[in-house]
Design a binder for this molecule. Structure first.
Ligand code: GLY
Length: 376
């Protein structure tokens, strides 16, 4: 058999975290090359692949064949798709599958799927045998540009999302750009909100580049791989600066405070709102709120809204189908999410495009009056 060679379009982003450093490969055909890429980096020759019912029919056989061709023996566990899978119950199932597969420390646990599978599998990899090797093969745009990189893993509990977990960095991330061709437009757009977020955090040139090149990103041209690589590089920079989220890593939450409140207000009903759509509306609100506090020009908020609207993302609370609860209820959701300290909230605000900062003294009364104005 001919060796499968990397495409010239492929990009490599290195996450330089000392002994936890790892590579992110981005490009076409990476699932077919996964076995070879893993075999050159990890000593073990066993793997447990964790995936879900939506992803397995499309990519599990190709991944298994590629592992086998590289001399890696694998077994697989196919879980139900959806956020509910990030649970204690499924964590037990994954740990059990990893132990049954006799995966040892130098072998690999492989997450094949989106953020739910990545977060759950990473958590299991972090605790089985006090930590085994972990490879992410993200299959959504959102997981390729965000959740597969950074090492935060975990599950949801009845107390809230992502409240139980560990930091466990992957040993390798293989972001196969071909898999994005089968995503729905809506899912791709939702992931794009996180791509745009990196520009808005601290890369104004990247945001301007997206304004000019977004069509090529959506149509799968060369700009798509560039956009994913730039996003992974941006995430890597933030993670390297603050791996355990003691400070600047909070910038990654731009748009997420309002976004999470809207997700909670729509009871996480994906027919009404998915995470990236909440982030899109949240980023516009964060820019408008910053303008209201005289920190930024209202023109910047308009520019953000124009771009997100142009790509087809929702940008206003009124874009969400169905009724939203009153501003006071949205405010309660924000307060729960953010922990209010003496009436003050921590918020990601901005001085303009690509000039966001962490503000830890935002009066909750200001947030409430802003929300009332936006959602009378
Ligand atoms: N796993 C996602 C993150 O660390 O941000």
């Amino acid at each position: 058999m001919n060796a499968i060679t990397p495409s010239s379009a492929e990009r490599l982003v290195r996450v330089p975290l000392g002994e936890r450093a790892y590579d992110i490969l981005i490009g076409p055909g990476l699932i077919a090359r996964a076995g070879a890429e893993i075999a050159t980096r990890l000593k073990g020759r066993r793997a447990a692949v964790i995936t879900d019912e939506n992803v397995a029919p499309r990519y599990l056989d190709a991944l298994t064949a590629s592992l086998e061709a590289a001399g890696i023996q694998s077994s697989s566990l196919v879980l139900p798709a959806g956020e509910k899978t990030k649970s204690f119950e499924h964590l037990i199932e994954v740990c059990d599958a990893v132990l049954t597969a006799r995966v040892e420390r130098n072998d690999a646990v492989i997450a094949l799927g989106g953020g739910v599978i990545g977060d759950l599998t990473g958590f299991a990899a972090g605790i089985v045998r006090r930590g085994v090797r972990f490879v992410q093969v993200p299959t959504s745009l959102l997981s390729q540009v965000d959740s597969s990189v950074g090492g935060k893993t975990g599950i949801n509990t009845r107390h809230g999302k992502n409240l139980v977990g560990v930091f466990h960095q992957p040993d390798l991330v293989l972001a196969d750009s071909d898999v994005l061709n089968t995503l729905s437009e809506r899912e791709f757009r939702a992931g794009y909100a996180e791509v745009a977020k990196y520009g808005l955090i601290d890369k104004p040139d990247f945001f301007a580049w997206l304004e000019s090149n977004w069509k090529d990103v959506f149509s799968g041209g060369p700009a798509r791989i560039e956009a994913i690589a730039a996003s992974c590089q941006a995430k890597s920079d933030v993670v390297v600066a603050d791996e355990r989220e003691n400070g600047p890593r909070a910038l990654l939450n731009l748009g997420h405070t309002f976004g999470h409140a809207l997700e909670a207000a729509t009871a996480y009903d994906s027919r009404r709102l998915v995470h990236g759509e909440g982030v899109s509306i949240g980023m516009v609100l964060a820019h408008e709120f910053s303008a209201r506090l005289n920190l930024a020009s209202p023109d910047d908020a308009k520019r953000v809204e124009t771009h997100l609207k142009t790509v087809g993302l929702p940008t206003r609370m009124g874009d969400i189908p169905g009724e939203l609860p009153p501003a006071e209820v949205l405010m309660d959701a924000i307060a729960q999410d953010k922990k209010v300290k003496s009436g003050k909230l921590t918020f990601i605000l901005t001085h303009g495009i690509g000039q966001s900062f962490v503000a830890d003294d935002v009066p909750s009364s200001e947030v409430l009056s802003f929300l009332k104005e936006k959602h009378p």
